[in-house]
Design a protein around this ligand. Structure first.
Ligand code: NAD
Length: 481
């Protein structure tokens, strides 16, 4: 059954919106009801071949434009995104589940990200150095790496696609974007805002397909010069192997299991309020979500109480209903995965507090907001990313123990710290194995600063000048006269 307000998008190949003619279609579902919103047509091999050829032509045309003009076209697209924010957000809530207010905030965040890159387009600097020869120049100039294959996931489809589109296009690359098939509509609506500004055909293309076959075909092609992927560790590892075969540049953002350290001198109420809001945003399906709360033992009771109180204010329901503050999980496999991890913790003796219940019955992939304590060593939740509304709290007696716990997973993306002690901040800044640390705030990802991880959380950075760098090559020129 199709939803009257939702249409699955078409593919954007070589400047034209066209139907996918691959063998199978993908049923896009509303996670609040489980019902099929529409059928998404998928690209077949011939379409992907066409898109690859267009990506090369699109790259050659796009990089020829002056950087200021590229930036201006992107800014026009950003203005269009803001004008269409209601429609884009509605598609996002229908297919992803997050409350409409969060979907609107995501549109705004994605627009701001691309705006930052668009403004940065004209600040790509090279350098001039004294030559080793008499009467000669040595310079280093910067050039776009070439066509980019970009893969974005379903949890923040707009923001995570915007990081790739913004960086690549601002640097002068063409982009073949493959968003998650689960959440195609909002991304397509965002892409349309830029396409409508008259970008050269092939500069920005949108593909959906059978993920494994489509990504292999893209990464095997010599046309593609860079891989940018956000998603799970397993898929990231697979794509990295494929990209390595062709020595393609790569940026990988593969999730996290962020520790939040609440130190002895922290303002408990403030820390609990900020961390609970951040934890349960998007029902916990965020790579940067705090997911292990490491609390000084003196504050364990008051923090847990304050955190549960904040979480109990959540209203779990359909993201389209105005009172809802936490939507369903985005798909059935997430619900099953979260339940399994909670079950494991329960079996090992953890106390599970249901802070906000899921709707009692009916369809949809709803999960309650849970707070856990008394977790035994070896509990899977402590090392595996739950990617859901589950908050395990641990007490620690020393900073050494806090750092040991914080670093005890294979992930290393974000971390949070609440303290006013300069020496504790210094110890954490030096001792935490992460790509980003927020102290007394939760704003760990902003357009103008680099975001990315260490260890299994991936490699490379998005956003900030590092995010632009990721789409540029250096060329050395030694010129004698
Ligand atoms: P999954 O590994 O089953 O991946 C499914 C998603 O990845 C789909 O959107 C699919 O289109 C895409 N995909 C799968 N195989 C692919 C391939 N060969 N090439 C390109 N794309 C491919 O994972 P999942 O169930 O979506 O999530 C599992 C875990 O992934 C989560 O628990 C979380 O840890 C992580 N994750 C991280 C992020 C992030 O922001 N870093 C986002 C989503 C998921």
């Amino acid at each position: 059954m199709n939803h009257p307000a939702y249409r699955a998008p078409r593919l954007l190949i070589d400047g034209q919106w066209c139907p996918g003619t691959g063998e199978a279609a993908w049923a896009v579902r509303n996670p609040a009801t489980g019902e099929v919103l529409d059928q998404l047509g998928l690209a077949g091999e011939a379409e992907v071949r066409r898109a690859l050829q267009a990506a090369q032509r699109g790259f050659e045309a796009w990089r020829e434009l002056p950087a200021a003009r590229r930036g201006q076209l992107l800014l026009q697209g950003v203005a269009e995104m803001r004008a269409r924010r209601q429609a884009i957000a509605a598609a996002l809530t229908l297919e992803q589940g997050k409350p409409l207010a969060e979907a609107l905030a995501e549109v705004d965040m994605a627009a701001e990200l691309i705006q930052w890159y668009a403004e940065e387009a004209r600040r790509v600097y090279g350098r001039l150095q004294p030559s080793r020869l008499a009467g000669a120049d040595m310079r280093v100039s910067r050039h776009p790496v070439g066509p980019v294959a970009a893969f974005s996931p379903w949890n923040f489809p707009l923001v995570l696609s915007a990081r790739k589109i913004g960086g690549a296009l601002a640097a002068g690359c063409s982009v073949l974007l493959k968003p998650a098939e689960e959440t195609p509509g909002a991304v397509a609506a965002m892409v349309a805002c830029f396409h409508d500004q008259g970008l050269p055909a092939g500069a920005l293309q949108l593909l959906f397909g059978q993920p494994a076959a489509l990504s292999r075909q893209l990464l095997e092609s010599p046309v593609v010069r860079k891989l940018s992927f956000t998603g799970s560790v397993e898929v990231g590892r697979l794509l990295a192997r494929q990209a390595a075969e062709g020595f393609k540049r790569m940026t990988l953002e593969l999730g996290g299991h962020a520790p939040a350290i609440v130190w002895r001198d922290a303002d408990v109420q403030r820390a609990a309020r900020m961390l609970a809001a951040h934890k349960f945003r998007n029902a916990g399906q965020a790579c940067l979500a705090p997911s292990r709360f490491i609390v000084h033992q003196d504050l364990l009771e008051p923090f847990t109480q304050a955190f549960v109180e904040c979480a109990s204010e959540l209203r779990v329901g359909d993201g389209m209903d105005p009172p809802t503050t936490m939507g369903p999980l985005a798909n059935a496999r997430r619900l099953a995965a979260v339940r399994e991890l909670v079950q494991d913790a329960r079996q090992r003796g953890a106390q599970v507090i249901e802070a906000a219940p899921a709707p009692a019955s009916g369809p949809g992939y709803f999960a309650p907001a849970l707070v856990l304590r008394g977790l035994a060593p070896g509990t899977r939740l402590l090392s595996e990313e739950a990617f859901g509304p589950v908050a395990p709290i641990l007490g620690v007696a020393s900073l050494e123990q806090a750092l040991r716990e914080a670093n005890a997973t294979s992930y290393g993306l974000a971390a949070y710290l609440f303290t006013d002690s300069a020496s504790v901040v210094h110890a954490c800044e030096c001792g935490l194995e992460v790509g980003a640390l927020a102290v007394n705030t939760v704003a760990v990802s902003v357009p103008e600063a680099p975001f990315g991880g260490v260890k299994d959380s991936g490699m490379g950075r998005e956003s900030g000048i590092e995010g632009m760098e990721a789409y540029l090559e250096s060329r050395f020129v030694h010129q004698a006269y």
